[in-house]
Design a protein around this ligand. Structure first.
Ligand code: G4P
Length: 206
C-alpha cells in the first residue's frame, strides 16, 4: 500500500534496526482517514471470502479491526489481555510470550462470540515475532471457526512472524513489508534498491 509506505517514510521514527515508531499516525495518535483506508484495503484483499468476524488483540489492533469490520460490514472482536471481571462466561484462551517485553500473558475471548459457523479475518498493527498472532490463530482453531487469513498493517519481514504463521498454513497479507531498516534508512520488500532507499527521520528527533 503505497500511501502507507509514504507515511512511514515521512513520519516513522526508526529507533534501532528492529524498532519502528509510528505513534504519530498509527498506534497512539491515529489518522482516522488512513485507518479507514487500511480497513478498505483489507476488505479488498479478502473480498469473496465470506468473512463473518474480524478478530484482533488489544490495544493497537483495534482501530484497524474496526475499520476492516466497517468495510466488510461485519462485527469485530478484540481479544483481552487481562481477564475482565465482567468476562465471567466461558472463554477461549491462549498463552502468548512477548519477546519484546519478556513476559508471558493470557489472551482470551468469550466463547459466545466465536464458533464453528464463523469465517475469521485476523488483523493487527505489527507482525514482528508473531507470538500474539499465533495465539489468535490457536483461538480461532479451538473455536472450530474457519480462518480466512491474517492481515497486518506493518510487517517486519526480517523477523520470524510470517514464517511461523505460514508454517501453520496461515495466509498472510501485510500492507507494508519492511525488508530492513536502520536509523535514517528503510527498505520495503519488492522495491529495488534505489527506489526503496527512502530517507526517514532518525531517533535523534524523538
Ligand atoms: P508480535 O509479533 O506477536 O506482536 O510480538 P512481539 O513480542 O514481537 O511484539 C510485542 C509488542 O510490540 C506488540 O504490541 C507489537 O505490536 C509491538 N511491536 C513489535 N515490533 C514493533 C515495532 O517495531 N514498533 C512498534 N511501535 N511496536 C512494535 P502489543 O504487546 O500487542 O501491544 P499493544 O501496543 O498492541 O497494546
Amino acid at each position: 500500500m503505497k500511501l502507507l509506505q509514504e507515511r512511514i517514510r515521512q513520519e516513522g521514527l526508526i529507533l534501532s534496526d528492529k524498532v519502528l515508531k509510528v505513534d504519530s499516525f498509527l498506534n497512539h495518535q491515529v489518522d482516522t482517514q488512513l485507518a479507514l483506508e487500511i480497513g478498505r484495503e483489507f476488505a479488498r484483499l479478502f473480498a469473496g471470502r465470506s468473512i463473518t468476524k474480524v478478530l484482533t488483540i488489544e490495544a493497537s489492533g483495534i482501530q484497524f479491526a474496526m475499520a476492516a469490520g466497517i468495510a466488510l460490514n461485519v462485527p469485530f472482536i478484540y481479544a483481552k489481555k487481562k481477564k475482565a471481571v465482567t468476562l465471567s462466561e466461558q472463554v477461549y484462551a491462549a498463552s502468548v510470550h512477548s519477546f519484546t517485553r519478556q513476559e508471558t500473558y493470557q489472551v482470551s475471548i468469550s466463547q459466545k462470540y466465536l464458533g464453528p459457523a464463523d469465517k475469521v479475518l485476523i488483523v493487527d498493527d505489527f507482525l514482528a515475532t508473531g507470538a500474539a498472532l499465533v495465539g489468535l490463530v490457536d483461538i480461532v482453531r479451538e473455536a472450530g471457526a474457519e480462518l480466512a487469513g491474517v492481515g497486518c498493517v506493518i510487517e517486519k519481514s526480517f523477523q520470524e512472524g510470517r514464517g511461523l504463521l505460514e508454517q501453520r498454513g496461515v495466509h498472510v497479507h501485510s500492507l507494508a513489508r519492511i525488508a530492513s531498516m536502520s536509523p535514517g534508512e528503510i527498505h520495503f520488500v519488492g522495491e529495488d534498491d534505489e527506489a526503496s532507499s527512502g530517507s526517514i527521520k532518525e531517533n535523534a528527533t524523538c
